[in-house]
Write a protein that binds this ligand. Structure first.
Ligand code: UTP
Length: 224
């Protein structure tokens, strides 16, 4: 199966968790050995947010802030790619063409950000669209998608399934801001809808959840 796995910066990089990164590297190599084609998209996490703050203090505009954050996510991608070793592409993918080419060479693709104005959620969705991935899995810092923000509402209920059409209703922030944190960013929702991509949102602190989602087990929230 062709799969795009998006690992939140909030999971592996806030603070940086090398043990978890190593576990992910093992899991992704296993998936490759099982015959899956995998693209991994890593977020910039707290480091990206810190640098966005620095860029802002320097008076850089939103595009400048985003570009700095993209570099942070690519730094994590580079670390991860090196950890994967031989099974991975020779370089961090920085364009959709890079992704297609490297996947064609039978390697694991690893990337961070792509362009200003989005988050790596949208990167993952754009990649899935470009390479016709069957499945997108997002490892995040919550157990899935809730009917309302679980950090603000104690009575929020986790949804096991969510029709793509209802995605927009669940989220409050609807325009891009540098450093935006929402379980799926607004631009990504547009791409998911236009391609009707299947996305499973799981708790990324337990990498086994990614495997469970790929096997079609009942985990996290399935959006389709
Ligand atoms: P990330 O997508 O790297 O966040 O976006 P993350 O750390 O994984 O976040 P969680 O885990 O979902 O919270 C961080 C910021 O980097 C810029 C944006 O400012 C974004 O808010 N960014 C990232 C881009 O502008 N373009 C990209 O392609 C990726």
């Amino acid at each position: 199966m062709r799969i795009v796995i998006r690992i939140g910066g909030s999971v592996v990089a806030s603070p940086v968790n090398t043990e978890l990164m190593s576990k992910y590297a093992e899991i992704i190599k296993t998936l490759k050995q099982q015959g899956h084609e995998v693209v991994v998209v890593l977020g910039g996490g707290a480091l990206a947010r810190e640098f966005i703050g620095i860029a802002k203090n320097l008076g850089l505009d939103m595009t400048g802030q985003d570009e700095i954050a993209i570099s942070c996510s690519r730094l994590f991608a580079q670390l991860f790619l090196k950890k994967i070793g031989e099974a991975g592409c020779s370089k961090v993918a920085i364009t959709l063409d890079d992704v297609a080419q490297c996947l064609g060479e039978g390697k694991i693709v690893v990337m961070g950000g792509l362009k200003p104005g989005i988050t790596t959620d949208t990167v993952a969705a754009l990649v899935a669209e470009r390479v016709n991935a069957e499945l997108l899995v997002k490892g995040t810092d919550q157990d899935g998608v809730y009917d309302k923000d679980p950090r603000k509402h104690l009575d929020a209920v986790k949804l096991d399934r969510l029709p793509i059409e209802d995605l927009g209703k669940v989220f409050e922030e609807s325009v891009h801001k540098a450093g935006i944190h929402q379980i799926i960013d607004p631009e990504a929702i547009k791409v998911l809808k236009r391609k009707r991509l299947k996305l499973v949102v799981v708790n990324g602190f337990k990498p086994a959840n990614i495997l469970a989602a790929i096997k079609g087990e009942n985990v996290g929230t399935v959006i389709s």
